[in-house]
Design a protein around this ligand. Structure first.
Ligand code: NI
Length: 235
């Protein structure tokens, strides 16, 4: 996937930490802004942020590294394009046009739509974000958008006065509640919610769906509220 930098990004750490699988490191506090990361001190005394899931605590304040890692960040200027390789806790391991590789914060990147005529992977798109009830556009056909969303828990009751809405379950189980009944959908199943009909999607465990609907549809319909997501955010 390709992305464009929305702003200048400059490395904050001149000497990024790194470790190899099997190394033992000192494990510190989790980051408050990036909770997937923990403050880590390597055997050479260097310290920095590392993915907590890649470290197995040994019980005495140390941890064993499960994978090779470098905290190297990428410098770039607004408008630069980069190739996205792996997402981790709100950061992308990225490759610049000149071949340099390093981490970039996802909030500094605008993911570029895959050009029509080129295939895209739903799994790769789903791996690129983790927020619930936050649909990401992956493709357009005429005025219709295809969006991927990760659902967890209960949404809000709402209706869309002007359009039908399609849900295709990619992974997990979706319970589509209507006022008088419920439809239970597994992976590979789909449903068309008729326009004007109140519905409330529920995912008891995390569920991944593709939504198909006209450009501009508000996810919470007539209900509004805190779960209302921005439109036209691409994955
Ligand atoms: Ni809806």
């Amino acid at each position: 996937m390709r992305a464009t930098l929305l702003r200048d990004v400059r490395t904050q750490y001149a000497n990024p930490i790194g470790f190899h699988r099997g190394d033992v490191v000192q494990l510190g506090e989790r980051d408050t802004e990036w909770p997937a990361f923990a403050w880590t001190t390597t055997a050479d005394g260097n310290a920095g942020w590392a993915p907590a899931d890649w470290l197995r605590p040994l019980g005495d304040g140390t941890a064993e590294a499960l994978r090779d890692y470098t905290a190297r960040e990428l410098d770039g200027g607004a408008g630069d394009t980069v190739e996205l390789i792996d997402e981790l806790g709100g950061w992308w391991w990225s490759r610049a046009a000149d071949g340099r590789e390093g981490w970039l914060p996802a909030n500094a990147l605008r993911i570029e739509p895959t050009p029509k005529g080129q295939k895209l992977s739903l799994a790769a798109k789903l791996a690129g974000f983790s927020e619930h009830w936050s649909p990401r556009v992956v493709a357009e056909m005429n005025d219709v958008q295809f969006k991927l969303a990760k659902l967890s828990g209960e949404f809000v009751w709402h209706a869309h006065a002007d359009t039908d809405e399609v849900f295709i379950v990619v992974a997990g189980t979706l319970r589509m509640r209507f006022r008088d009944r419920e439809e239970r959908l597994g992976a590979g199943e789909m449903i068309v919610v008729p326009r004007g009909v109140e519905h409330c999607p529920v995912a008891d465990d995390e569920c991944h769906v593709m939504l198909v609907e006209p450009r501009g549809v508000v996810n919470t319909g007539d209900a509004g509220g805190a779960l209302t997501a921005a439109n036209d955010v691409w994955a």
